[in-house]
Ligand binder design. Structure first.
Ligand code: MOS
Length: 713
């Protein structure tokens, strides 16, 4: 027997702790608000206390006389900025970020002034003392599925896609599900609040920030302030969570204005409460799903209509109806994303924007269809597995949904499930299990990277990537090591600095994929330069890459990750308590770079799903237009006691697409997709009652009771 030569064992695919892990646990890693600056001044934002109206006047004189106060910026004295541009991500800036440009107040919590003082305490005291007089106007914050002023909005995909005759398809169907689902306003709540420090340094604007993309924020600031892009530098070394909320926000712009006015560094940090108004959020949704199927469960007609809200100053759409365009085919297939403008802050991207609420409605409706047809929910999905993109007609680069269900069903013990609802008990608890499908698009955006061969035999990678807690820095170290055919200990990856050149943001689950592509390209070019015997000079040899042409050359296909979610719940119909007992997610997401950090991402997303199903809900007070309990006491997120045994794993999906040179899909968002539906479907299986409004709160469970009429005594 001959032995093949031992191949170098690659770093990709091996579990590695975070390269910056020691720095983080010892406190050596500095977050944006912790970076020291000489002569630092502190800004505190003042938020409107009315939901709509005009600022009549601000009593700034009294505040300027307070100890330590340096200035008060507001619409009467702040510099004008330019909002007439389209940003790097292809959208205009949200005017909420272009602070202090006019006297109008379009929502509660709108930034009306910045008080700058020597210390944060002085700034806060003065900000709270600032009296602002408003001319109040009536406001409208009433979101519901019945809004006559709703209209279709495209966003980054068409709002309305219609194929075939929907009403005819429904009429010809043996079984019809017609149901409305709602999800509430939800907030990102990253652990680290938004924070930025701005200063002018030798003619350059430097901003130390916590964000999901330094070149993105730098280019937005350059556009707003009409600066040469080369004269703006944004750094963001460590980020304590983002989830879509950390792009350009009011605090960076306010900090730049103040640093410019005072000619000294100014830091602005958002409070947790301010984040509820100034950091974006997930819009509530009202969704209607109509499914028509033959008796064997094959879909003839599918309709998914979703309504979300946006502010009066900016159009943002939560495209919840779009997942159906990928998941299930039907001769008649209608999907529509609509929006209504209300007197509220602008919503924004939040982990799986569209897919998270959309998959709740669609996957719960599929479960209702399975019940009506008397078919196992997994078998229903098997019967509706499309050959090609249901709407696009494009081939899938790989579609491993059923493989995820097969593996998940085996591990979860699905075969033993009694399909009847409301028949299992464990003392006071009714038990149930549920499942749902997940998918998330696999996309990439052009990025640049530089790789340097150092004279000491090590390598330095520079890319303006962002590690928002995901482990991206570690994953990129592994990718670079393999591309350079060296060990990860010989590679240092530097990220979070816009001076490293344009690169994709940490968003859309396409960060690691896009950055890995650029790093691999630069590493390959560098290895060609380093022919054996090449002398590396003291400054090293640097090669740069730009993947614009390669990314643009990807042939159009349906590219998605897939997953199967399973949940077991226990419901006490008397107290209304719902406890998730266990959860399993099995995913197909291309090459998994680092099993340790990847599992964190999947489990984190699934935990969000539990939280979405059972806990999270921001409620607006109709009497003020603002939130009740805009803090982590009033806004409930799943905490340790709510999160049981969660298992996340993946099936082998090593080469998702022959013409895809990276093979890495995104994993940051798919974990939340379908997770809330799996929990809700399990609650139905436990109680026999469908809960179509999230969160499934104890009061809702008590009011709904069970199919056997069990209620609190
Ligand atoms: Mo994410 S919502 O793509 O940051």
């Amino acid at each position: 027997m001959t032995t093949a030569p031992t191949a170098r064992k690659g770093a990709v695919g091996t579990a590695r702790i975070r390269v910056e892990g020691r720095d983080k646990v010892t406190g050596a890693a500095r977050y944006a608000a912790e970076v020291p600056f000489a002569g630092l001044a502190h800004g505190w934002l003042v938020s409107s206390t009315v939901a709509r109206g005009r600022i009549r006047s601000l009593e700034t004189d009294a505040v300027l006389a307070l100890p330590g106060v340096l200035t008060v910026l507001h619409h009467g004295n702040a510099p004008r900025v330019d909002t007439g541009y389209i940003g790097l991500l292809g959208v205009p800036p949200d005017p909420t970020c272009a602070v202090f440009q006019h006297d109008r107040v379009p929502s509660m919590g709108w930034p009306v002034a910045l008080v700058v003082a020597e210390t944060p305490e002085q700034a806060r005291e003065a900000a709270e003392a600032l009296v602002v007089h408003y001319e109040e106007e009536p406001y409208d914050i009433a979101f519901s599925g019945e809004r006559p002023d709703a209209y279709p909005l495209d966003g980054h995909m068409p709002a309305v896609v219609e194929k075939g005759d929907l009403e005819a398809g429904l009429a010809a169907s043996a079984v019809v599900v017609d149901a409305e689902y709602t999800t509430p306003e939800e907030h990102h709540n990253p652990m680290e609040p938004h924070a930025a420090t701005a200063r002018w340094d030798g003619g350059r604007l430097e901003v130390v920030d916590s964000n999901q993309g330094t070149t993105w924020v730098a280019s937005e600031l350059a556009s707003l302030f009409s600066l040469d892009p080369a004269s703006v530098r944004v750094r963001s070394e460590h980020v304590g969570g983002g989830f879509g909320s950390k792009g350009l926000r009011a605090h960076q712009v306010a900090a730049v204005m103040a640093a410019t006015a005072l000619r000294r560094p100014v830091r602005v940090v958002l409070t947790r409460r301010q984040m509820f108004s100034l950091a974006g959020y997930r819009s509530p949704t009202a969704q209607r799903v109509r499914l028509g199927a033959d008796a064997d469960g094959r879909l003839r007609a599918l309709e998914h209509r979703s309504l979300s809200l946006t502010s009066t100053v900016y159009e943002f759409i939560e495209p919840s109806a779009a997942t159906a365009r990928v998941m299930y085919d039907a001769d008649a297939h209608h999907t529509a994303n609509r929006v209504v403008r209300l007197d509220v802050p602008t919503p924004s991207w939040m982990r799986a924007p569209g897919e998270a609420p959309g998959s709740f409605a669609l996957e719960a409706a599929l479960d209702e269809l399975a019940e009506k047809c008397g078919i196992d929910p997994i078998e229903l999905r098997v019967r509706n597995e499309p050959e090609r993109g249901p709407v696009s007609g494009l081939p899938f680069s790989g579609r491993h949904l059923l493989a995820c269900f097969r593996e998940g069903a085996r591990r979860f013990g699905w075969a033993d499930r009694d399909p009847r609802p409301g028949v299992r008990r464990d003392g006071r608890w009714l038990l149930g299990t549920g499942t749902a499908a997940a998918s998330f698009p696999v996309m990439a955006r052009p990025s640049t990277a530089a790789v340097t061969a150092e004279a000491d035999g090590t390598f330095t990678v520079r890319i303006s990537a962002a590690d928002i807690g995901t482990g991206a820095r570690t994953a990129l170290t592994q990718v670079a090591a393999d591309a350079l055919e060296t060990g990860p200990d010989r590679v240092r990856v530097r990220i979070g600095d816009s001076d490293f050149g344009p690169a994709m943001i940490a968003g859309g689950s396409m960060g690691t994929r896009s950055w890995a592509w650029a790093i691999t390209a630069a590493a390959a070019a560098l290895r060609e330069r380093l022919a054996p015997g090449t002398d590396v000079p003291p400054q090293g040899i640097t090669v740069r890459s730009d993947t614009t042409a390669a990314v643009d050359a990807l042939p159009p296909k349906e590219r998605h990750s897939f997953g199967a979610q399973f949940a077991e719940v226990a419901v006490d119909a008397g107290t209304g308590e719902v406890r998730v007992r266990r959860m399993l997610g099995v995913f197909a997401a291309g090459r998994i770079v680092n099993p340790l950090t990847a599992r964190n991402q999947f489990v984190g997303g699934m935990t969000w799903g539990i939280s979405m199903a059972l806990h999270e809900e921001a409620v607006r007070d109709r009497a003020s237009g603002g939130h009740y309990g805009a803090d982590l006491a009033g806004y409930h997120v799943a905490t340790h006691a709510d999160v049981p045994h969660i298992e996340a794993d993946w099936i082998d999906d090593p080469a998702p697409d022959p013409d895809d040179p990276v093979g890495i899909n995104g994993i940051g968002e798919i974990g939340v997709v379908g997770a809330a539906a799996a929990v809700a479907n399990a609650v139905w299986h436990a109680t026999g009652v469908r809960h179509r409004s999230l969160p499934i709160r104890p009061d809702r469970v008590i009011r709904a009771g069970t199919s056997t009429g069990e209620r609190h005594a």
